[in-house]
Design a protein around this ligand. Structure first.
Ligand SMILES: [Zn+2]
Length: 217
């Protein structure tokens, strides 16, 4: 299994690695900075030895598959240098962190919320589906939620990521002193990096409120 360098430092944009296997157009490395699509976060793009990585997937067992434009350029055992499309990855980290923030701040104004789904695009837009126990997130609550989130972003708050001490494959992130959230994605170190966000609500039925989050830059 590749060593996941993005869990050691999500800000590493480059790495060197050894090719472990080539399967179709998927290259498997002994270590990587490329995040494989999973948990609603799109996989990374970039290059391996200058060859385009079209996308990165997480195999069911967690192995990272780099889907390259020309797999004939890779031989098992050879060294490669990888480079992320960093601008895109950073935007995904900012979007991803913003979705956690929105879900947690929503609880402070609408009571206990269940997050039933989320997703994001590399354009700086994402959504989180919430089922609030006490109040629907609608009407005036949306601008209130937006204002409260932007206040936290302006002030700044640390985002920590850690693995469970007992179950090493359980990973959490924690914003400031809010309750930890199970998540295997990549996030920014401080919510201030998200920048101002805009919120919009979409009614998706079944008691769910979809909050669409757009980064301002
Ligand atoms: Zn996350």
């Amino acid at each position: 299994m590749a060593r996941k360098l993005f869990y050691e430092n999500a800000y590493d944009a480059t790495c060197t690695a050894k090719v472990v296997a080539v399967d179709g157009n998927a290259v498997i490395l002994d270590q990587t900075v490329f995040y494989g699509e999973s948990g609603g976060q799109p996989g990374d793009t970039g290059t391996l030895n200058g060859v385009k990585v079209i996308s990165t997937k997480a195999r069911e067992d967690g192995e990272v598959l780099h889907l390259v434009e020309d797999p004939s350029k890779f031989a098992v055992g050879s060294e490669v240098s990888g480079s992320l499309d960093w601008e895109r990855r950073l935007r995904l980290m900012r979007t991803h962190t913003s979705l956690h923030l929105v879900a947690q701040v929503a609880e402070t104004i609408a009571g206990k919320c269940q997050c039933t789904g989320s997703g994001m695009k590399d354009s700086g837009e994402g959504h989180v589906d919430l089922m609030a126990a006490e109040k629907r997130i609608a009407g005036e609550l949306v601008p209130l939620l937006e204002a409260k989130c932007n206040e936290v972003i302006r002030k700044g708050a640390e985002v920590k990521a850690f693995f469970d001490e007992q179950r090493k494959d359980y990973r959490f992130i924690q914003i400031d002193s809010l309750p930890p959230i199970p998540c295997g994605g990549t996030h920014v170190r401080n919510v201030s990096e998200i920048g101002a966000i805009k919120l919009k609500r979409e009614n998706v039925g079944k008691g769910k409120d979809r909050v669409i989050v757009t980064l301002s830059s």
